[in-house]
Design a protein around this ligand. Structure first.
Ligand code: SAH
Ligand code: SF4
Ligand code: F3S
Length: 478
């Protein structure tokens, strides 16, 4: 198993090939249609919404059936080898579809496009277009080139592209929650990570455009916004008109002030960068959710140093303590990598112990996958045998299961305000939503006249490790 999500929710990591279902009214207005499938992190899903906007402005309407599409796009992820393998398989299927539909173009977008560049066109002949994450504005031109049989590649990375002026088209939206990208790229050089190579240098998006997009979402009925960046705490934007500098804490505050009925979330925080100012801002505003995703990766100082994470075990634990001091009920989740280069059994045990000491509510856990071109690939040997990596991962997963279950059991008897974002998949007589701490709660619809996007108080009566089960309190809808 490559990745386990204990929370049972869609989180912002490694979603697998999701297409979207447009409304039929959009479809009929266009002569040409595109189909897009997205993999990887929330930023990729958010980018697909920018791509949809660019395509629609150029005469392409969306379709949810790839067989009907004139243009099939796959927005790809390179974070682990397994992710790339899955996408390659899918591309082979699209190539087959292409054989039976004359004129169909297949394009690769995103991180794999950036990593493999023209190789996908030349050596493997899998696709017609290859477009990197900073080159989506050139899509219309590239489509034209590809349709005349030319090689259409643009994988140039940019120092300033943020697509700030493009209004994303919300794909497959529940109308309640939306992602808003606040920055792109990453300047950290975690030795295991391919992102700095596929996404380029870090840059922050114009705060005015972030605010305008968020206000627009709220006016359209959205109730929850998740601000996205690989390292949101290093958000930094200077308003040159009045010389004001906007930090992440200031941005959070601006978004929170749009309305107390708009929930604000964000991801991802780097333990070295999250500031007291941010922690205080979360504590100050009721509508900034008490939930922080704070990837630890390892609990051992030697491994953390090899990973180039630039913090120690002690620093990390002090951050967790500080968060809990100011936001006592804060949900904290993490990412962990098992079996990084040269990790010993004792070092692995330190990862288990930091999990227990931090009492994580959820975890996203992976075994190490060497990525070409990264610092770790060039400097260290990927020497932990696969069976050892998998066994260590299982121990980490088992530890998190216990912590998640305990965390949910602690909530039994409490009442939480839930934002309804859908029906329970298992039983449509139940609503599903999340609490402030990002935990999923389900409860019977009963006869309470509730709908998607409503807030309601739910008293929790039982739980599993992934879900809280409860009953809505009558008269608490708003
Ligand atoms: N920017 C985020 C993480 C982005 S990648 C951060 O800094 O935390 C999401 C997660 O994938 C990482 O936190 C890490 O746990 C995992 N990951 C990244 N590269 C990996 C690799 N080569 N092998 C296994 N897991 C990896
Ligand atoms: Fe990768 Fe590290 Fe940047 Fe996260 S902070 S995207 S793990 S390099
Ligand atoms: Fe994957 Fe690229 Fe995101 S590598 S995790 S899609 S930034």
């Amino acid at each position: 198993m490559e990745m386990l999500d204990l929370s049972g929710k869609v989180h912002d990591e490694q979603r697998q090939g999701e297409a979207f279902s447009p409304t039929s009214s959009i479809e009929k207005t266009y002569q040409k249609h595109f189909y897009i499938e997205s993999y990887g992190c929330a930023m990729n899903f958010s980018d697909s919404e920018v791509v949809a906007s660019i395509l629609q402005a150029n005469g392409f309407g969306p379709t949810s059936q790839f067989e009907e599409a004139d243009l099939v796009l796959v927005n790809t992820c390179s974070i682990r080898e397994k992710a790339e393998q899955t996408i390659r398989k899918r591309l082979t299927e699209f190539r087959k579809a292409k054989e039976s539909k004359k004129g169909m173009l297949v394009g690769v977008l995103g991180c794999m496009a950036e990593r493999l560049k023209a190789k996908l066109l030349e050596e493997e002949k899998l696709v017609d277009l290859v477009v990197g994450p900073d080159a989506y504005r050139s899509l219309p031109l590239l489509i034209e080139e590809a349709s005349t049989g030319q090689k259409a590649v643009n994988v140039l990375l940019s120092r300033d592209e943020t697509y700030a002026d493009i209004a994303p088209i919300r794909l497959d939206s529940n109308g309640v929650s939306a992602f808003v990208s606040i920055m792109r790229g990453c300047n950290n050089m975690c030795s295991f990570c391919v992102v700095p190579f596929t996404r380029g240098r870090e840059r922050s998006r114009d705060a005015h455009s972030i605010l305008a997009e968020s206000i627009d979402l709220f006016e359209k009925g959205y109730k929850e916004i998740t601000l996205l960046g690989q390292n949101v705490d290093s958000y930094y934007w200077v308003d040159e008109v009045n010389g004001i500098t906007i930090t992440f804490a200031a941005l959070l505050e601006k978004i929170a002030l749009i309305s107390p009925l708009l929930r604000v979330r964000f991801s991802t925080s780097h333990p070295k960068d999250i500031t007291d100012e941010v922690i205080h801002t979360i504590a100050k505003y009721q509508n900034i959710c008490n939930y922080i995703h704070l990837p630890v990766q390892s609990g051992n100082n030697r491994i953390l140093q090899l990973m180039n994470r630039t913090y120690t075990r002690e620093w990390y634990l002090a951050k967790v303590k500080r968060i809990r001091e100011f936001i006592p009920d804060c949900g904290i989740s993490t990412d962990i990598i098992a079996g990084f280069c040269s990790e010993t059994e004792a070092e692995h045990q330190e990862t288990i112990s930091i999990m227990n000491e931090s009492v994580f509510d959820y975890g996203y856990m992976y075994f190490y996958s060497e990525r070409p071109g990264t610092l770790a690939e060039r400097r260290y040997t990927d020497d932990v045998p696969e069976d050892v990596k998998k066994r260590r991962l299982q121990e980490i997963v088992d530890t998190q299961y216990q912590l998640s279950l305990k965390s949910n059991q602690n909530d039994v008897g409490k009442t939480y305000r839930i934002l309804i974002d859908g029906e329970s998949k298992k039983d449509t007589n139940f609503w599903k939503g999340r609490n402030d701490q990002n935990k999923v709660a389900v409860f019977p619809k009963a006869d309470l006249d509730l709908q998607m996007g409503n807030y309601v108080d739910v008293q929790i009566h039982s739980c599993t490790k992934g879900t809280l089960l409860g009953t809505a309190v009558p008269g608490t809808k708003h």
